[in-house]
Design a protein around this ligand. Structure first.
Ligand code: ZN
Length: 317
């Protein structure tokens, strides 16, 4: 399971140029092309050859999505507990695993939230972090997501959630599962306040996160190639005894089947999110684009720009 979640990281082996200067080069996780690290970072970790979107750290995601200097984190001091006393015989206890995850990732939990601005628009932003416990939804992640929506209501601004998760955190049992309902109720409260919620699905978004707040956005964006589903492909194949069709559970597959509204390349994501929020806040596309503003490139179900896509037109409450 951990290999699945960490498979897309850049690799540094097997090439003379790379071995001579390993910091200068990374190898694409999909096409295996050797890429100049500086150019790859400047492209937000998207392969120039094949368009593969490698995973971003929370810090990179914040720098990529928010206006510079606008981020203010909230409740950074929330820490996980061990509600079940989970310590199976012969295996590491939950407390030991939490310590190991913190040591390896440098994080204290699998989500951050706070407020900032996107293209000048005040937003509350929550980001799930695959680097810590595979982004799993436990009490702290659920609490931070729920509080993000409460903060959005208090500050009367849009909420953006970037999901990346292996699902509910099994070591917290029903305490983890109830976070799904809690977060969903918080989404509904934001809807009741007539404020927009934009959900961004990144690789991978699975399990209880998919079945809760990640798929409740007024507009649901996904990154190209992201794995999005409930049970992962291995579990489905073990349970049903059948192979999934090629490309199943990708962002593009979910777009074609109506589960997401837009697949947006990372370079266009900030402009697309700003545009969607303005559209939802104003309720009309007429005031969405500032004069001279670039058109974000996005793919709708019919291949048109999303400015005229029926999938976006339908998301206004
Ligand atoms: Zn590539």
């Amino acid at each position: 399971m951990r290999n699945l979640f960490r498979r897309a990281l850049p690799l540094v082996t097997g090439d003379a140029a790379q071995e001579a200067a390993p910091d200068l080069w990374v190898r694409c996780g999909r096409c295996r092309e050797l890429l100049y690290t500086r150019e790859w970072e400047a492209a937000h970790r998207v392969c120039a050859k094949c368009g593969f979107h490698a995973r971003l750290s929370v810090a990179d995601r914040l720098a990529h999505l928010l206006d510079a200097g606008s981020w203010h984190e909230r409740d950074a001091n929330l820490r996980p507990s061990d509600p079940l006393g989970f310590a199976p015989p012969g295996r590491p206890s939950y407390v030991d695993k939490l310590a190991a995850e913190a040591r390896e990732s440098g994080q204290t939990e699998a989500a951050v939230y706070g407020h900032g601005t996107i293209d000048g628009i005040p937003v509350v932003l929550a980001i799930l972090d695959m680097a810590y416990f595979a982004g799993t939804l436990g009490a702290v992640v659920g609490e931070k997501v729920a509080r993000a929506f409460e903060l959005g209501i208090a500050e009367r601004c849009a909420v953006v959630v970037v999901s990346a998760s292996g699902g509910a955190r099994q070591q917290e049992g029903v305490v983890a599962l109830v976070q799904m309902a809690k977060a969903a109720a918080a989404v509904q409260a934001l809807a009741g306040a007539r404020l927009p919620y934009v959900s961004i699905l990144t690789d991978p978004t699975l399990g209880g996160v998919t079945a809760s707040f990640a798929t409740l956005g007024d507009c649901i964006l996904a990154e190209p190639g992201a794995v999005i589903g409930f049970a992962g492909p291995r579990i489905i194949e073990q349970t049903t005894g059948e192979k999934l069709p090629p490309g199943a559970q990708t962002a593009e597959f979910q777009l074609a089947h109506g589960m997401v509204d837009l697949v947006v390349a990372r370079r266009d994501q900030k402009a697309a999110v700003a545009r969607v929020i303005r559209l939802l806040l104003d309720g009309t596309a007429a005031t969405v684009v500032a004069p001279g503003a670039p058109e974000p490139a996005a793919t709708g179900t019919n291949g048109t720009s999303f400015a005229t896509s029926p999938t976006v037109a339908q998301v206004t409450r």
